[in-house]
Each structure stands twice: as structure tokens, then as C-alpha cells.
Design a protein around this ligand. Structure first.
Ligand SMILES: [Zn+2]
Length: 107
């Protein structure tokens, strides 16, 4: 298990975006990939937040983690993985999981 933070996921997002879109193209109704790259590069380290990255890109997939149980965008998740799959759970779902695991069900 690992604890992952969305803010750390944002570090290097401009370079990852450039690798994904090495040439300029339109990815949404009006977003040029070069314009997105430039806007990501222009973010100062203090402004490099998941919300700012999501606003520039137009979706949350590059900056937030997504809980496998409740499907919400998350600032932090616990990642449970093996060699083939990775599952991420938000703190709220982790608490529910722990309560379920520890419940006295009379078994
Ligand atoms: Zn959740």
C-alpha cells in the first residue's frame, strides 16, 4: 500500500503533457495542446495545484486521483497494487473498508 497525493502527481505534468502531445493539435473544442503546455509551464510551483492543472487541461484526469469505490476526484488516495492491477481508495472509502473489515458479523 502507498499513500499518493494529487499535488505530487502534478509535478512534471507539463513534461508528461508534452510527451503525450509532441505536436500541436486540438484536443477539445478550443484547446490547442501547445497552449495547454505553455499554460502548464507558466504555473509557478506554488500555483501548481490539482485544481489549477484541471482548469488548464479541461478535465481532472491529469491532476487528481480517482477513487475506485466512490468514483470521486481525490487529493489523496491509498493505492493497493500488485503486478497487474492497481486500486485507489479515498480516505472516506478506506474508513468504510476498515469498518467493514472489523465489523462483528457473528461469523
Ligand atoms: Zn472513495
Amino acid at each position: 500500500m502507498r499513500l499518493l497525493f494529487a499535488r505530487a502527481k502534478c509535478v512534471g505534468v507539463a513534461e508528461a503533457w508534452r510527451r503525450q502531445y509532441p505536436r500541436d493539435q486540438q484536443v477539445a473544442l478550443s484547446n490547442s495542446t501547445d497552449a495547454v503546455y505553455k499554460a502548464l509551464c507558466d504555473l509557478s510551483p506554488a500555483d501548481l495545484t490539482p485544481a489549477a492543472v484541471a482548469k488548464i487541461i479541461g478535465n481532472t484526469s491529469w491532476s487528481y486521483y480517482h477513487c475506485a469505490e466512490c468514483r470521486s476526484d481525490c487529493e489523496r488516495v491509498v493505492s493497493i497494487d500488485d503486478t497487474d492491477t492497481e486500486m485507489m481508495l479515498c480516505p472516506s472509502c478506506c474508513r468504510a473498508l476498515a469498518a467493514l473489515a472489523c465489523a462483528d458479523v457473528g461469523a
